[in-house]
Design a protein around this ligand. Structure first.
Ligand code: RP5
Length: 178
């Protein structure tokens, strides 16, 4: 069940275990950068299957527009939620202790049967961050303010690479001249 406070949140970040929180924190922070405060839940496809089903079935009614689902090992969370909602589900495969470096979670998340897509991101922190950006991109289709924030984000990312390149080239030039 989604609480009253959570009712207006447009994005849900769901993870299979509290052990996923370290990595998913970067997703939550990236959403915060865009001014999005998500509903954050720990729900396991395997350990709490009924809660997972109920969450997926009531998410749209609760005002959620995009679900980000992260899990490690046999990562069925994103797929099981996607089977029970028409909302877009973004999957983040995670590396977990004793797992196969995230390849297990990647294949479990991405290899969905036709008819039930999960937009699967990269393994781990990069995927967690990209999930937030992807969710913002979906919401920006109907939110001009968010569209502008995304465009500024892209520009600042571009500037940061250009600045690093200039610094490197200046340093190399200084060394050859010195
Ligand atoms: C998955 O199993 C979770 O998403 C987590 O990545 C992994 C291990 O869970 P714990 O044993 O740490 O709770 O369901």
């Amino acid at each position: 069940m989604v609480s009253k406070k959570e009712k207006s949140a447009p994005v849900a970040v769901v993870m299979g275990s509290d052990s996923d929180m370290d990595v998913m924190q970067s997703c939550i922070e990236q959403l915060g950068y865009f001014g999005i405060e998500p509903v954050v839940r720990i729900i396991s496809a395997h350990r709490t299957p009924q809660i997972a089903a109920e969450f997926a079935e009531t998410a749209a009614k609760s005002g959620i527009k995009v679900i980000i689902a992260a899990a490690g090992m046999a990562a069925h969370l994103a797929g099981t939620l996607a089977g029970r909602t028409s909302l877009p589900v973004i999957g983040v495969p995670l590396i977990s202790a004793g797992g196969l470096e995230g390849i297990d979670a990647l294949l479990s998340t991405i290899q969905m049967p036709p008819g039930v897509p999960v937009a699967t991101m990269a393994i781990g922190k990069a995927g967690a961050k990209n999930a937030a950006i992807f969710a913002a991109q979906i919401l920006a289709l109907t939110d001009k303010n968010l569209e502008k924030k995304l465009s500024d984000f892209k520009k600042s990312q571009q500037k940061s690479v250009i600045d690093k390149d200039s610094a490197l080239r200046n340093k190399t030039l200084g060394e050859t001249q010195g």
